[in-house]
Ligand binder design. Structure first.
Ligand SMILES: NC(=O)c1ccc[n+]([C@@H]2O[C@H](COP(=O)([O-])OP(=O)(O)OC[C@H]3O[C@@H](n4cnc5c(N)ncnc54)[C@H](O)[C@@H]3O)[C@@H](O)[C@H]2O)c1
Length: 429
């Protein structure tokens, strides 16, 4: 019920891991410009979307639930490079200088805190702005202190921590991730091969009373140990991997084939990408993390065990090719081999010339604002209703992830309505 949601008073600090990256600087610049009324928050559900209420009238989400106002946001974060957000945004080459100049002074005032980093987890990166740490536990302690310092220096009432840093190498779930006690022990014993820097940021955020959002496909909070910590601290966790371009298309097209009972024999997806994210993903260990995230989508939607004649033998391949000339302007191609009546084959080609960070920035804003809302509404643990924004929606061991974009959208609408004690207005919603 709405009366139970704490109001969004005071300032919200958004601390971004990877604050000098392409997504982070695009997110920050757009938000600062939007709150001055210079641009519209295009692509943001929290700012623009309307939901039908029980009386069949449509209302903006932000008029239904108490979201933090953009004017009350303060940005900060960590990066392995010391450049302020203006310099970093210029390097990222996503936004034009004219657009950066709209909020130049504010961007220049955002200076990254030294990063908790381990080269073995992102071998293509060589930064200099890095903490000296004696162990993973010490890493956690230093990040916790950073959060406390930022909160008091900026007079923030609440903090949300968002991972928009590079994708870490792939690691499978191991014993150290199975319980909070095992995780803490491994941090204290400095087991650097199973405890990633992102786990230290997440642990620090949750224990400092801040929700944690994972924008990359890292294992990080997707473990029983972190679910236990989220429960203990009563903090929301959300993720993982922003669903920005190619996978967004997949989670729209696949439900269409399934609803029409059309068969699929193959789905080949390839990308060219030339930004720093593409460079990190050029390392096979880092690409593996992304590949697992991108591959999980269609099986879940098609349910081949229920429809073996249609989806029992889908050849699904995903490639990402680092190609510097394109920078952040990713080009994605999908070739989908489908079949219809009497088994006759057909082909669909999708060529999406997108801008990665332009698509990801509003997702970052929505994930942060909704996680903050969830905290004030007393909703802790995995926020499955935020699956809409994620390529690899997190779920516990008792549930399946939901990938279909329209089912995900319904989950958001139902959750927002139930927060204020309302129900769906009917089957045409
Ligand atoms: N852009 C998209 O559409 C999209 C979609 C899904 C996921 N993602 C993920 O979002 C993340 C950010 O993407 P991007 O394009 O901004 O990449 P980027 O390379 O431009 O930015 C990442 C930033 O993180 C910093 N960094 C790396 N490790 C760090 C650490 N341990 N601590 C602090 N900073 C660290 C880097 O220095 C860099 O500035 C990537 O993991 C990417 O895979 C992006």
């Amino acid at each position: 019920m709405k009366e139970d949601i704490k109001p969004a008073t005071g300032r919200l600090g958004i601390l971004i891991v990877g604050v000098g990256g392409a997504v982070a600087t695009t997110f920050i610049t757009g938000t600062l410009a939007a709150r001055k009324g210079m641009v519209k928050a295009i692509g943001s559900i929290s700012q623009l979307a309307k939901i039908k209420m029980a009386d069949k009238k449509e209302k903006l989400i932000k008029d239904i639930v108490p979201l933090t106002d953009l004017n009350d946001i303060v940005f900060g974060g960590w990066d392995i490079f010391p450049d302020n957000a203006y310099e970093a945004a210029k390097c990222a080459e996503v936004l034009k200088e004219n657009d950066l100049n709209l909020v130049r002074e504010e961007l220049e005032s955002i200076k990254p805190i030294t990063a908790a980093f381990d080269h073995n987890w992102a071998k293509r990166l060589n930064g200099t702005h890095i903490k000296q740490t004696a162990s993973r536990w010490d890493m956690v302690e230093q990040i916790r202190q950073d959060i406390r310092n930022f909160k008091s220096a900026n007079h923030c009432e609440r903090i949300v921590v968002l991972w928009a840093a590079s994708t870490e190498i792939y690691i499978p779930l191991s014993d150290e991730h199975q319980s909070l006690a095992a995780l803490e022990k491994a941090m204290k014993e400095n087991k650097t091969d199973v405890i990633s820097p992102s786990m230290c940021y997440a642990y620090a955020a949750l224990t400092e009373g801040a929700p944690f959002v994972m924008g990359a496909p890292n294992l990080c909070v997707d473990t029983p140990a972190m679910w236990e910590l989220a429960e203990k601290t009563r903090m929301p966790i959300a993720g993982k991997d922003f669903k920005s371009g190619q996978t967004l298309m997949k989670t729209v097209l696949a439900p269409m084939f399934k609803t029409r009972m059309l068969g699929v024999s193959g789905w080949f997806s390839t990308n060219i990408l030339g930004n720093r994210d593409g460079e990190v993903l050029d390392d096979p260990d880092n690409f593996k993390t992304k590949e697992v995230s991108k591959l999980s989508v269609i099986d879940n939607i098609f349910e081949p065990e229920k429809y073996p004649d249609l989806y029992g033998d889908v050849y699904h391949k995903v490639r990402i090719n680092y190609y510097p000339p394109r920078k952040d302007n990713k080009e994605a191609w999908d070739n989908i081999d489908i079949f219809g009546w009497m088994g006759y084959p057909m082909e669909i080609k999708v060529n999406f010339l997108c801008r990665d960070s332009i698509l990801a920035a509003p997702i970052a804003l929505d994930l942060v604002l909704f996680s903050d809302l969830a905290m004030r509404a007393g909703m802790w643990g995995i926020q499955t209703w935020l699956s809409f924004f994620c390529k690899s929606p997190m779920h516990d061991n008792e549930h399946q992830p939901v990938h279909d974009l329209f089912t995900q959208w319904r989950m958001i609408k139902e959750t927002i309505r139930s927060m204020v004690g309302e129900q769906s207005p009917g089957y045409l919603d």
